[in-house]
Design a protein around this ligand. Structure first.
Ligand code: AMP
Length: 444
């Protein structure tokens, strides 16, 4: 199959050729004809599968061949993304696909001044990429009207809910024209997302190009059990031993990111960090420097986990496991992209056993464990497997005491959920699901 057989117009074919896209990826092969036919879409695709082109390319075609010229302070298509970084990246891709088309594109997000964005919107843009909060600000300040909107794309929809954007999504939903095309993309599909899709989509076509919730099989994954306090030391040891060149590292908290970056920089390693406390310009600069290999190790919270496309990233390290199991798939999806192979190493301490178990259950695999000599944990990480069970294996039984025959039998101590640090959040936080006006929508 070629892009031409999918019915794409010449300026798009030319742009794809320049980018070196020869054949459509599976998600593109399914999504492009469906979007061109005007269908609503609910698409589950692994990260790095080419989903951006899957929605953006047919959308550009529809906007080129049909519909009116964009009015002042309006947008004809809106792509909602969970993070500023993803908005920038999606916009960059859309602009590349649109390079031979007479369409305007723009990205808006928070953390930067709103005034230039308001000015830019005055003339209207054909495709607007936005994070939910800033979109609402612009709408409320009358810088943007949505009555001309033809198509809404929700990219990384589950991430938007995870990040607490459910209310913003409900608000945006109320601002939209009833007659529109809606495309919902997500790497993973939780029940909340299915509910959201039920409310937002109109007779959607479901596309699932990979088994549900399975990590890319081009990524070699394993776990190194270690005591929590020795993680930084182990990281440095593995980095030196493996001569790591370009590594994306995920830590659970902002403080965790800063502490690891400080340690690495103190050792003379070229490291930088990104998390939500840092200004947008600093985050973007760190990311750009990492992409251009000026920074060797980029440490990030999950803000950076989704959607960032870094060419040929060879290695992702989970310094901490993610609290939400699905984030594991997104994190390791930063490597092994577009057919390349990659590695994902997780440093796991006893406190994280329930998270490990949840990840194994979600990805339907038991992750290989490789204990590093000299770093064997004192606090054993209990055995886990894809069934979601933490295997309760007692330590060596102590000899029964001779006296007091009716006394307690010592079954040994094992770590189970009751032994996990009390401050540890549960595996999956309860998310608020927006309540939408589910009134009838006109068919297109
Ligand atoms: P995405 O999943 O949209 O983030 O895309 C992942 C990577 O695959 C990006 O670097 C795209 O430029 C690339 N890509 C997307 N579609 C194709 C294709 N049909 N052929 C080759 N590379 C592609």
């Amino acid at each position: 199959m070629t892009f031409a057989t999918l019915g794409l117009i010449e300026p798009l074919l030319r742009a794809l050729e320049t980018l070196g896209y020869q054949t459509p990826t599976p998600v593109q092969a399914q999504a492009i004809p469906a979007v061109l036919a005007g269908r609503d879409l609910m698409a589950a695709a692994q990260t790095g599968t080419g989903k951006t082109a899957g929605f953006a390319v047919p959308l550009l075609q529809l906007l080129t061949i049909e519909g009116p010229k964009v009015a002042a302070n309006s947008a004809r298509a809106l792509i909602l993304c969970p993070t500023r970084e993803l908005a920038e990246q999606v916009h960059a891709s859309v602009a590349e696909y649109a390079q031979h088309l007479p369409l305007t594109t723009y990205a808006v997000y928070g953390g930067v001044s709103i005034n230039p964005q308001m000015m830019k919107l005055r003339k209207g843009v054909d495709i607007l990429v936005a994070t939910p909060g800033r979109l609402i600000d612009l709408f409320r300040q009358n810088a943007l009207k949505l009555n001309q909107l033809q198509t809404l794309v929700l990219d990384e929809a589950d991430r938007m809910l995870d990040l607490g954007f459910s209310e913003e999504l409900a608000n945006i939903y109320r601002m939209l024209p009833k007659k529109r095309q809606t495309l919902l993309f997500s790497a993973t599909f939780s029940d909340d997302i299915r509910l959201l899709a039920g409310q937002m989509l109109n007779d959607p076509l479901s596309i699932e190009v990979s088994p549900r919730n399975v990590a890319a099989n081009t990524v070699k994954q394993w776990v190194v059990p270690v005591d929590k306090k020795r993680k930084p030391e182990l990281f440095v040891h593995l980095m030196r031993k493996g001569r790591w060149k370009q590594v994306l590292v995920f830590a659970k908290t902002r403080n965790g990111v800063d502490a690891l970056v400080d340690k690495l920089q103190g050792l003379g390693v070229n490291a930088d960090g990104i998390h939500g406390d840092k200004p947008q310009a600093t985050r973007q600069r760190a990311l750009d420097r990492f992409k251009s290999s000026d920074v060797q190790i980029l440490v990030a919270t999950d803000v950076a986990a989704r959607g960032l496309d870094i060419e040929d990233l060879p290695l992702v390290v989970n310094f901490d496991l993610p609290i939400v199991a699905e984030d594991y798939i997104h994190r390791i999806g930063r490597t092994g992209r577009a057919g390349n192979t990659g590695e994902a190493i997780s440093l796991v301490c006893a406190d994280e056993v329930n998270m490990l178990s949840a990840i194994e259950m979600l990805t339907r695999q038991t992750l290989t464990r490789k204990t590093e000599p000299e770093f064997e944990p004192e606090h054993r990480v209990p055995e886990t497997d894809a069934s979601g069970q933490v295997v309760k294996k007692p330590k060596k039984p102590k000899k029964p005491k001779a006296s007091g025959g009716g006394g307690k039998r010592n079954l040994g101590k094992w770590v189970d959920s009751g032994d996990v640090a009390p401050s540890e959040p549960s595996i999956k936080p309860v998310r608020k699901v927006p309540v939408f006006n589910t009134g009838p929508r006109k068919k297109k």
